[in-house]
Every structure is written in structure tokens, then in C-alpha cells.
Design a protein around this ligand. Structure first.
Ligand code: COA
Length: 163
């Protein structure tokens, strides 16, 4: 299964929303509430790239949008990027997120010249943890009460790869 990454387009908004509003996305904190909000987010992606804040992509399989991923640049330590990803549920377990991370890495290390990439996930998000392990990220620890998930401060694992 060959996937491609491309920048999100305004016309992707409804599809992104349909994928993200899945109640089985239990350990994912970002869910837009409307197509309008999603369009605003997509439009902001251009500005965010120009300002070296975030580089977000749609995951495309056979011309179809099946997920999203991105790199968020640490604004204090600009050699560091945090990777994030999500895949539509009907495509889970087919290696899509693993492939997306490998493509993101090329962009991050080659084009953006980053030296450290991190992946953070709720300590309960076994699927996401497996993606980080399969891509060769090393566990550096567990950050206790790190981020809010469903309004509750939650422990997050920290995985990283350096170059
Ligand atoms: C996490 C997520 C991105 C994984 O995407 P994916 O395309 O299914 O990932 P991959 O197929 O590349 O790899 C997932 C691996 O985890 C395994 N896995 C999935 N759920 C699991 C679970 N609950 N426990 C253990 N392993 C699990 C899969 O079997 C697969 O391993 P395998 O290749 O050995 O079979 C996807 O489930 C998702 O979008 N979840 C909701 C959003 C989210 O949580 N994003 C991550 C935020 S940190």
C-alpha cells in the first residue's frame, strides 16, 4: 500500500471532520466541532508553514484522503519537532501510520534539517506506541500528568529519534 503526503486543502475539511469525529479516537485530543472550524484550521496551515510553526499533511491512499499527520516545531528549541498522526478507522492495522511517520522523517531531517523528532502518546495508546517503536523511536520516559485528555491530566510516553 503506497501512501503519499500532501498539504491539506480547504476541500478536505468535511473528510477530515468525518475521520476525526470517531468516538474510537479515545486518546486523541484534537477534534474540530464543525466544517467551518476545520476550514479555518486548514487555511492556517499555510501561515503556520511560513512561520515555521507546523507542517501538516493529508495522508493519501489511491487518491483518497485517509488520515493526517504533521510536525510541530519547538519554538524555543528549533531543531526539535514533534510528530503527530491519525488514520481513518477502516484503515487501522495496515501500516499506514508507520509509513506516514517514515515520510515525515524524510521531510523533517532532510528538508527542515531537524535533529530531534519526538512522538508523544497517552500511556494507554498502545497503537500509537507501537507505531513509534516500529519506526525505531526510543522511549525516553513517561511524563506524568503531562496533557489533558478528556479534561483529565494524563500520563504521556515520550519517544524520540535523533540525527
Ligand atoms: C494510532 C494510529 C494512528 C495507528 O495507525 P495505524 O495505521 O493503524 O498504525 P500501523 O498499522 O502503522 O501500526 C499500528 C500497530 O499497532 C497495533 N495496535 C493497534 N492498536 C493496538 C492496541 N490497542 N494494542 C496493541 N497494539 C495495537 C497494530 O496491530 C499495529 O501493529 P502491527 O503492525 O504489528 O500489526 C490509529 O490507530 C489512529 O488514528 N488512532 C486515533 C488517533 C491517535 O490516537 N493518534 C495518535 C495520537 S499520539
Amino acid at each position: 500500500m503506497k501512501i503519499e503526503l500532501r498539504y491539506p486543502k480547504v476541500s478536505d475539511a468535511k473528510k477530515f471532520l468525518d475521520i476525526l469525529k470517531n468516538p474510537n479516537f479515545k486518546y486523541f485530543s484534537f477534534c474540530p466541532i464543525s466544517v467551518e472550524e476545520e476550514i479555518k484550521w486548514i487555511k492556517n496551515c499555510v501561515k503556520n508553514r511560513k512561520n515555521n510553526l507546523e507542517y501538516n499533511y493529508a495522508i493519501i491512499l489511491g487518491g483518497k484522503l485517509i488520515g493526517g499527520c504533521g510536525i510541530k516545531i519547538d519554538q524555543h528549541l528549533k531543531h526539535i519537532g514533534e510528530i503527530g498522526y491519525f488514520v481513518a478507522e477502516e484503515y487501522w492495522g495496515k501500516g499506514i501510520a508507520t509509513k506516514a511517520v517514515k515520510l515525515l522523517e524524510k521531510i523533517a531531517f532532510k528538508d527542515l534539517k531537524l535533529r530531534r523528532l519526538t512522538i508523544l502518546m497517552s500511556s494507554k495508546n498502545k497503537g500509537s506506541e507501537k507505531v513509534a517503536i516500529k519506526c525505531g523511536y526510543k522511549k525516553e520516559g513517561t511524563m506524568r500528568k503531562y496533557r489533558k485528555l478528556n479534561s483529565k491530566l494524563t500520563d504521556y510516553h515520550l519517544y524520540a529519534k535523533v540525527k
